[in-house]
Design a protein around this ligand. Structure first.
Ligand SMILES: [Zn+2]
Length: 318
């Protein structure tokens, strides 16, 4: 058991465990980064476009490549220093053109699998999944932010891949994270869930929405529930958070105490919304609901919000 799982509820949720020592204090030390790139114990995550490349041996998958393997792949685009493992060996992430996928297609020892599938299929351990999620987020940011948002000139990566500098106007750009609130409104022993048309059939989940500038987490939670379901809320309680690398969100899980209980859902956002009793939530988590209604998988923070509600009922929020 790591310190994460002892002290931090987030550790039970997908993409939440990243045990690397990021050494963000050394990223601007070019000699340090150069020395890490020469370290014989170095290893790399590899992504072609936004698709991770895995090593495959029989039914087992691995996500880290040694230096010789990684250097045999052509057309690398970007390298990120992710941090040091417990034994001080450095870990990097490296991106490649999508063409690499065609080149590797015939190799039985390598398979490219999208990150969501890797997570859902449990192909790598939780800590590797968290590190791989970090790699994807930062590499995605480089792909999407090649040009200065201020003056439009092309920018250059620096600081171990954690910053892009504009040589024209001097602006420094940092990888962005988009905060999203995701929450259950609680009315006594019931909780509110909705479904979007894009959800798998019969699945309901917690409501969610982007936090806006000038807004607290609590206000965003209350606003989203009011806008999407027409329910006013009072108290809000933070539950846990989850990096969500599709492409770079931070899911902030909360509970909110409902004041009213008449749902008027926004048909642009939701296909349906309704109250669920605690007993129904227990059935959904056990995949035993009589109407076949389903909850999100354990990979998602919504699953864990529901699990705590199933265990504690209305006590989850003051
Ligand atoms: Zn600029």
């Amino acid at each position: 058991m790591t310190l994460h799982s002892l002290f931090d509820r987030s550790a039970a949720i997908g993409f939440c465990v990243n045990p690397l020592d990021r050494r963000s204090d050394r990223r601007e030390d070019f000699d340090f980064i150069a020395a890490q790139l020469e370290n014989p114990g170095r290893s790399f995550f590899a992504l072609a476009g936004d698709v991770p490349i895995l090593r495959k041996q029989g039914e087992d998958y691995g996500a880290l490549f040694g230096a010789a393997d990684i250097e045999s792949f052509d057309n690398s685009r970007q390298t990120i220093f992710l941090g040091l493992q417990a034994d001080d060996n450095p870990v990097f992430a490296r991106s490649f053109d999508k063409e690499l996928l065609e080149k590797l297609a015939g190799r039985p020892d390598i398979e490219a699998i999208d990150l969501r599938s890797i997570a859902l299929r449990g192909l790598v351990p939780a800590d590797i999944l968290g590190e791989l999620g970090t790699a994807k987020e930062v590499l995605d940011w480089h792909r999407r932010h090649r040009f200065c948002a201020f003056c439009g000139q092309e920018t250059q990566a620096t600081a171990g891949g954690w910053r892009r500098d504009c040589g024209n106007c001097g602006t420094q750009h940092f990888p962005r994270v988009d905060p999203v609130v995701i929450m259950l409104a609680i009315d006594g022993d019931r909780c509110l869930m909705g479904r979007q048309t894009r959800f798998p059939d019969k699945m309901y989940s917690a409501l969610a929405g982007f936090l806006e500038p000038g807004e607290t987490i609590e206000d965003a939670v209350r606003r989203e529930i009011r806008e999407e379901a027409g329910i006013a809320c009072s108290h809000v309680r933070y539950f846990a958070s989850q990096p969500w690398p599709f492409p770079s969100s931070l899911m902030i899980g909360c509970y909110a105490r409902a004041i009213g209980n008449t749902i008027t859902f926004d048909q642009k956002e939701l296909e349906h919304a309704r109250w669920f009793s605690r007993a129904e939530v227990v059935q959904m988590l056990a995949e035993a609901h009589p109407e076949g209604l389903a909850a999100p998988k354990p990979l998602a923070i919504a699953h864990h919000l529901l699990k705590e509600f199933a265990e504690k009922g209305g006590e989850v929020v003051p």
